[in-house]
Structure formats: C-alpha cells, structure tokens
Write a protein that binds this ligand. Structure first.
Ligand SMILES: [Mg+2]
Length: 386
C-alpha cells in the first residue's frame, strides 16, 4: 500500500459528568464532594487519510486543539507516516503559541502508524514490557469527609498497599496549614512501613520557599521516593529547584509543566531535578520518547505523567522509568476521567493485578479502541477541517 496521506481532521467534543466530585477553594483542583455531579468536557481528535486509516487521540483539554486553524493548511495532504518531519515543522511554526497542538497531532499520527503496520505502538518502538508497575495517585485532600485528614490518607495508603500497589502518591491539601501537610507525610510513612515507595505532589500549591523546604525536610525524614512540583512558580524555575535540591535529600521530580525536549534537558543539566517528567499531552509520543532517551544519556529516569493507553505504549518501550501513574484515585470517588471512553480498557483504583501492575494494550495503534458509540451519544460539538 502506498503511504497514506492526510485528508481531513475531526474534533469530536463530548460531555460527561463525574459523581461525588467538585472543585476546591479557588475553583481548580478536583476534590471529593459527596452528592455533587461535576460536568466535564473531553474531546477526541481524529485524523483521516486517503487509505481509509484513521488516527485517534483522546484528550481532556480542548485548549490543546485551539491552534489547529493555524496549521491545518500545512497538514492537509502530508504523508501521515512522516511524523518526524511534521513534528519538526510544527515545532517551529507554533513557537509563538508554546507549540500547543503539536502533541495531539503527533499522537494521532502514531495511531495511524500502528494501524498501518498492524501493530501496537510499543512494538514499533521496540517495546518489551508485558506489564507496568503503578502508583496510586490520589485526588487532592478535601474537607468533605474523604481524604480530609492525615489519618484518612494513611488508611487509604494501606488499602492501596493491600490491593497490591508498590507505591502511593499524595496530592495534599491546597491551602491547609503546612503542619497538616507535614503530619500527612510522616503519618503515611509510619502507617505503611518501609516497603512502599511514597511520593508527594503539592501540584505547585506551596506559596513560599520556606514551606517547600519544611515539607521537603519531612519527605527526607519519611524517605520519600520523590517530591514533585512544590512551588507556586508552576514548576518552571530552574534556580528555585536547584536551591531546594541543595537543602534537602529527597529526589525532585520536575518538568511536568515544561514543554519541548530542550528545556527539559536544560532543567536536568542545571541540576534542578533528579527525575524528568514526560507528558504525551504536551510533547507527543515522539517528544517523550526523545526525552526518555535523552534522560538515558544522562543516566536518569523519565516518569510519565497521567494514565492513558498512549502512556502505556511508551512506558512498555523504555528501560529507564519506574511507575505508571494510576489516578486520580480516592477511597470513595471514581477516577478522574470517563471509564466508558475506551472499549475493554480500565484505568481505576482496582484495575491493577495483585502485584500492582497493569497490562500493555495489544491492539494496533494506541492499543485500544475508542468507544465511538459512547462518544457519539455524548457529543456536543463536531468540528471538521478538510
Ligand atoms: Mg504532578
């Protein structure tokens, strides 16, 4: 078959609701809110080709698709297998808008490649892992009777350990007294014992360097595996994170909110992080695989952000990585994305096996099929570029 060429692009926008979830103090973080139903928006981008092969990628973030009108004229008619060329061109063309949109196109093109070669993406990447160890990644602490105190986090960590999880990550409270955050770090360690990796992700909520330092000292005492995005800078200051690294022992995991290969590696070379974070939603499979190999060249690990089939494809193909982020999870609330979106696929608290592992999807492309019946039934908008 001749190489497929891109003919059109569709954005399917849909709505769904999350039960028992709401927003916290300033309207951003998702937190357990019993009785509430939170309306959410998602979309699937679909690239169509002249050979009938289509590439799909699902994202919760419609803003990531806002730049497509700027470069659809470029994409139309391009050979769909030439991901490197397309990435290189879009990377330059979108430099004034933070390269938003590059990842979504790249991931959909990888789905096309998998279907063209009749293989899951991890096989195209030389992947070999059959299953992936997970950490339970919690919702932020709430004040509504769920994860509302250190004892509740401890109890939940223990439950995750009993399910099989080898690791547990706390997203703390957004604006609690720093003593409560510290008590949580120390309490969870004391409860689960030494044989579970623990991580802390304040998600950039700590308002001072001093508070980040105090919480970091607690992570040192409790032998945390990593400390992620403490500062209100949004996770991008190399200077601040290098200073923090000089004052604590716990490894830092930064660069979740840094886009593109070069600034990720600049961060590592500046000694401002210990692990690098890769996100397929920011940099695409092409970008995160380059980052994985660049991290390998430095002798360090990449940790992939978030739970979705595309992440599993990448992780199965990388040696220097530790854990799949199963989340967000909670003792009483469902996971933070729609369970109906894919067919025969599960990201949830109970999706792991007794060793805390999940499987690597084996169908062509991203490994699973989008549940189009469900997407169409919940669709609120369809945008077509042709
Ligand atoms: Mg994070």
């Amino acid at each position: 078959m001749a190489d497929p060429k891109i003919t059109s692009l569709e954005i399917h926008q849909y709505e769904y609701s999350l039960k028992d979830l709401g927003r916290d103090y300033n309207g951003f973080n998702l937190v357990y809110t019993p009785g509430n139903s939170l309306k959410m928006v998602g979309c699937v981008i679909r690239i169509l080709t002249d050979k009938g092969i289509t590439g799909d990628f699902a994202t919760g973030n419609f803003a990531e698709l806002s730049t497509i009108p700027m470069f659809w004229h470029y994409l139309k008619g391009k050979p769909a297998l030439q991901r490197e060329r397309i990435n290189d061109d879009i990377k330059r063309a979108l430099r004034q808008v933070a390269r938003i949109g590059l990842a979504q196109i790249d991931n959909a093109l990888w789905d096309i490649a998998g279907k063209y070669y009749n293989a899951p993406i991890h096989k195209l990447l030389g992947g070999y892992k059959k299953s992936l160890p997970c950490y339970a990644s919690t919702y932020h602490g709430d004040e509504n009777g769920g994860l509302d105190c250190p004892e509740a986090f401890s109890e939940f960590a223990l439950r995750c350990k009993e399910i099989g999880y080898p690791a547990f990550k706390i997203h703390g409270w957004s604006n609690a007294p720093i003593k409560k955050e510290i008590a949580n770090v120390l309490g969870v360690r004391e409860t689960v014992g030494d044989d579970m990796d623990l991580m802390l992700d304040p998600a950039c909520e700590l308002t001072t360097f001093g508070n980040a330092l105090k919480v970091g000292w607690a992570c040192d005492e409790a032998k945390f595996f990593w400390y992620e995005d403490p500062f209100r800078d949004g996770g991008i200051s190399q200077f601040a994170h290098r200073k923090l690294r000089q004052l604590i022992k716990t490894p830092l995991l930064q660069t979740e909110h840094v886009r593109s290969l070069e600034p990720h590696i600049d961060f590592a070379i500046a000694e401002a992080t210990d692990f690098v974070r890769g996100d397929v939603g920011y940099d695409g499979i092409t970008g995160v695989m380059k980052l994985a190999h660049a991290a390998e060249s430095l002798g360090i690990d990449i940790e992939f952000h978030g739970a979705n089939p595309t992440v599993r494809q990448c992780m199965a193909s990388v040696r220097n990585t530790n854990y799949y982020e199963m989340g967000l999870v909670h003792p009483n609330a469902q996971i933070s994305h729609p369970s109906e979106l894919y067919i025969d696929y599960d990201d949830s608290l109970e999706a792991v096996d007794s060793n805390g592992h999940i499987s690597v999807p084996q169908k062509p492309g991203i490994g699973v099929e989008i549940n189009w019946e469900w997407v169409n039934a919940n669709r609120t908008n369809l945008i077509i570029y042709e």
